[in-house]
Design a protein around this ligand. Sequence first.
Ligand SMILES: *Cc1c(COP(=O)(O)O)cnc(C)c1O
Length: 305
Amino acid sequence: MLLPNPAPIQFLAHSILEEKGIELAVKRLDLVHPEVSGNKFFKLKYNLEKAKKEGKNKILTFGGAFSNHIYATAEAAKAENIEAIGIIRGERTEPLNATLLHAENLGMHLHFIDRNSYRNKSQPQFLATLQKKFGDFYLIPEGGTNELAIEGTKEILDSDDLNFSHVCSSIGTGGTFCGLYSSLSENQKLLGFSSLKGEFIHEEIAELLQKNQLNSQGLYEIFTTYHYGGYAKHTQELIDFIWWFYESFGIVLDPIYTGKMAFGIWDLIKNDYFFYSSKILMIHSGGLQGNNGFTQMTGIKLPNP
Ligand SMILES: *Cc1c(COP(=O)(O)O)cnc(C)c1O
């Protein structure tokens, strides 16, 4: 069984927060499990339970070469004694990067496919060929978002979090955002910070909410202006902010998701988006395993947990 550690809430102190009359706290999901970190813990939890209940001894999923989802799935499968297959976008290059090496060392079978074939990742025909190759498996889609993943992320907020006026989360596929949204209480607003470029995410979230019949007592708003060039893209401004945040508060962020969200929140605070006496809860969704790979690839140093 995957069991979570408590995710502590850390209040931040800064003169700007005082001046604007704002409380800002970070919910440290990065500490929820030593290896299955952050939101991925919640997204995988019920999926692994279901796989076991169905008697499947194999799970198969998809991801890029630095994927937090691949890393977390390899860990979770190992903990649950289930075989794991990771279909990885692109060619295998030796030596493997830290993410893939770790997954493989945990026993995940890595299968590399070219970018064109990878696009078929949700096509039934393509999945059938995988079934032929690997035998019967429990499928977890890329990024891990499905109905059970959303069910799991509904458990991120607990009763202590009802006092916050705003809850903030980064958005990839939007699964985590949807779970958080449906667990809001009255008078709470969820702010989502898309790490991808484009306005499509508004529609995607609306569809996810509808498909999973999710309602909420609260409100939501999505920001699409803090992606820094798009998914996995960065600017020096973002890197500087991640270092500043670390030096100011002792919390490590990643450049793909949480760094962009925190930058956005800080920007909104400075620009008086929040009313006086707002209480903001920032969800630290983890993902710090990727910082090593980011440094390997770009040569840019980042803080480390
Ligand atoms: C995967 C991931 C996200 C995005 O979660 P979605 O449910 O796909 O929106 C956010 N933050 C981190 C650190 C992640 O690893």
